[in-house]
Ligand binder design. Structure first.
Ligand code: FAD
Length: 433
């Protein structure tokens, strides 16, 4: 008889809620990970950096587990089918996992829960990915917050050492099921290849966090943590990071609270994850959706240096600085009047740290259709943003070396005209005077 701990976006041994509870169950624990074909089959790029990251992470987890005479069962296929295989190969009596809030994940978990229940196996799940989840933080009317500032105030009031203490998982690793080495699918066998990329480190110095407030808005400085991908796949623990934020940087703590905020938005208002604007009236905007202009934006050929630099950084590295994400997203939705969902999908394909809740939140913020939106009439001026946040043009020079050559394109749209066109389209849709 064994318990299974099902890894999803919590790919670590230390401070892992679900794994901790599994190890305390009294049963030997077999960790499981499924390379999910429902997700992988949608990826057009067969050297997707995220797939390489997951594969490499699973390899290191396997090495760690082997030190304890244990291993991780790694499968490749559709979860419902893989689970049937697992149940026929092992005598599973309990299953543990951590909560996963995206619409697809919720649906998947419902299917698996039913399958397990039909076999009299309990499916026990825990909060792990965020500090506060779902409806843990509600306003005076017992409803979810839809504006960040009061949410963050309530978050800070509620937060204490209880919520931030780590699960001492590592102490119980002796409870893992002892097993001979299990098969491990290669990237090639799944139709993928190694992206050849290196990934940001999960170790962030205190010094960076201490200087975060001062440096975070300048894309030329490496002033942010670059932990996005680690938070996405759970190779770091949010509790540990929040404790470090409390010690080192209030502003950085705020970013981690934004993350919780958007996760609870996605959970409580799942329509945002299903292609709908948070505010329904924004779905009346008549987008121009010019495909040629969209292509110029994707390729960083808009003739606006900061926008182009951001898109080059994204295309080449899978990262884009937050300030530049705001500028490029605003440019697409407001200057070009292209449906923000096109941009959202492009970022989803490229970002190492792609996360549905945060990406959707960021895009709806930029388009003005979201929760805590800047008023629709506030339209970023990309040139002004560049002189303020990249005053010496260092970031731009790094990513748009062709800037001063004949090959650099003219602006694809005039700023003043685009601003007025956008105001008109938004006013029409929102019935503003
Ligand atoms: P840091 O500045 O060091 O922040 C630490 C962590 O806090 C981040 O790794 C992230 O997990 C979280 N965080 C920071 N800012 C936000 C925010 N505004 N909303 C939610 N979480 C935040 N973030 C993603 O994690 N995934 C996305 O897919 C994503 N898409 C975005 C799209 C747009 C249009 C915009 C404007 C923002 C998006 N963000 C997204 C938020 C933010 O830009 C990134 O989290 C940040 O740039 C990642 O860099 P970092 O790891 O160095 O973050």
């Amino acid at each position: 008889k064994i318990a299974i701990f099902w890894y999803r976006r919590d790919l670590r041994l230390h401070d892992n809620a679900g794994l901790y509870h599994a190890l305390r169950s009294g049963l030997p624990v077999l960790p499981l990970f499924i390379f999910d074909t429902h997700i992988l089959n949608k990826l057009g790029n067969k050297s997707d950096k995220r797939v390489t990251f997951i594969h490499t992470t699973m390899e290191s987890l396997k090495e760690e587990l082997k030190k304890h005479g244990a291993d991780v069962l790694v499968k490749y296929g559709a979860p419902e089918k893989m689970w049937e295989e697992v149940l026929s190969a092992y005598n599973v009596t309990e299953v543990y996992a951590n909560h996963d809030y995206e619409p697809y994940a919720t649906e998947r978990d419902t299917t698996i829960k039913t399958l397990l229940h039909n076999n009299q196996i309990p499916f026990k799940t825990y909060k792990d990915q965020v500090v506060f989840e779902k409806t843990e933080i509600l306003n005076g009317q017992n409803a979810p917050y839809t504006v960040f500032t009061p949410y963050s105030r309530a978050w800070r009031e509620k937060c204490n050492t209880f919520f931030l203490s780590s699960y001492p998982t590592v102490q119980y690793l002796g409870k893992l099921a002892k097993t001979d080495e299990l098969p491990f699918p290669s990237l090639k066998s799944m139709g993928f290849e190694h992206s050849g990329s290196t990934f940001p480190s999960e170790n962030v110095p205190d010094q960076l966090l201490k200087k975060y407030e001062e440096q975070r808005n300048y894309p030329a400085l490496k002033g942010t943590s670059r932990l996005g991908i680690h938070l996405r796949f759970g190779t770091v623990s949010i509790r540990e990071l929040a404790r470090r934020a409390f010690e080192n940087s209030n502003t950085w703590l705020n970013e981690l609270i934004w993350r919780d905020f958007y996760h609870q938005i996605l959970w409580n208002f799942p329509h945002v994850g299903n292609g709908k604007a948070f505010r329904a009236d924004y779905d009346r905007i008549r987008w121009r959706n010019n495909e040629h202009e969209f292509k110029c934006w994707c390729e960083g050929k808009t003739g606006y240096p900061l926008v182009d630099a951001g898109m080059h950084e994204l295309n080449e590295t899978g990262f884009m600085h937050n300030r530049v994400r705001m500028v490029t997203a605003s440019f697409l939705s407001k200057h070009l009047l292209i449906d923000w969902r096109w941009g959202e999908a492009y970022f989803a394909e490229k970002l190492l740290d792609y996360d549905l809740a945060a990406n959707n939140g960021g895009w709806q913020w930029a388009a003005g259709s979201g929760t805590d939106a800047a008023p629709y009439f506030r339209i970023f001026n990309p040139a002004a943003q560049a002189s303020k946040f990249d005053p010496r043009g260092e970031y731009i020079k790094q990513w748009v070396p062709e800037l001063n050559s004949m090959n650099y394109p003219e602006p694809i749209v005039d700023h003043k005209m685009a601003r007025e066109r956008c105001l008109k389209a938004y006013k029409e849709a929102l019935n503003k005077e």
